[in-house]
Design a protein. Structure first.
Length: 262
């Protein structure tokens, strides 16, 4: 059976230090199935001009691409290995599909890569290949990336999109205690869930024009776009398997789900 494809709304970098319902849900999901042979991840924080960059470093460094968080966060490590052979294979597959990749052995892993992976596989024993979000890009290109790499799922590879369904830092409410979810954020999230359940890829591609409050929920596309990589890898047997549903700070979505055969 094919390994699931997974979308994680990675929230704030401080999730790497948290022990809460969200972090436990991600860890529990990973523990509930066999360890993957490798992870191939598209992160919202790995935008790069030009074609897709395929990270082929054997020991990628961590990038602490955030500011003003607790000091212990900057001391965290995640020494999982890279997978240079798999990276070169992926680059060849993307090239055959006309996506013109570039093999990159220099870039490290941004927090959209290593924070969710620490929650999923804390032993850091699963090899990882990171792919960039090309600039410029269209959803169709990310759907194609997922589609051509979907056969890796049959070999036990986890295809992971790391971003956020609703992500607008200017609208967060950093109050102490519980903050009610903003109605506009909940409406957009529910719309996306409906499109996923209905396999409405066309609707998802047109989210900016069709979804309620898309201008607030996704004012820029980089956190939403990894969703298309995961949706592109979906096959006819896959159903949506909820991993976590909820918001933080009023509108920061932590919605995470797998596409898995059931």
């Amino acid at each position: 059976m094919a390994f699931p494809a997974l979308f994680v709304s990675h929230g704030a970098p401080s999730a790497a230090l948290d022990d809460d319902a969200y972090t436990r849900a991600l860890g529990g999901w990973a523990r509930g199935r066999p360890r993957p042979r490798a992870v191939v991840v598209v992160s919202a924080h790995a935008e790069a001009f030009g074609p897709v960059r395929v990270n082929a470093a054997s020991e990628p460094a961590l990038i602490y691409d955030f500011y003003g968080f607790p000091a212990p966060l900057y001391d965290l490590r995640y020494p999982a290995p890279g997978a240079p052979d798999l990276a070169r294979e992926i680059a060849g597959t993307l090239l055959e599909a006309g996506l013109e990749p570039v093999v990159d052995a220099q870039r490290g892993w941004d927090h959209g890569v290593w924070v969710p992976l620490r929650l999923l596989y804390p032993a850091a024993d699963v090899p990882v290949v990171a792919l960039s979000l090309p600039v410029p890009r269209r959803p169709e290109a990310l759907l194609a990336m997922g589609r051509v790499l979907a056969p890796l799922r049959e070999r036990g590879v986890l295809l992971l999109g790391s971003g956020g369904i609703v992500h607008n830092l200017h609208r967060l409410r950093m109050d102490d205690g519980a903050v009610p979810t903003e109605p506009w954020a909940a409406a957009f999230g529910a719309w996306v869930d409906e499109r996923l359940d209905d396999r409405d890829v066309e609707g998802l591609v047109a989210y900016a024009a069709r979804a309620p409050h898309a201008d607030l929920a996704a004012p820029t596309s980089e956190h939403f776009d990894p969703l298309f990589f995961v949706v592109g890898a979906r096959d006819g047997r896959d159903r949506v398997e909820s991993v976590y549903q909820g918001f933080r700070y009023g509108s920061l979505s932590l919605r995470s789900f797998a596409l898995a055969a059931q």
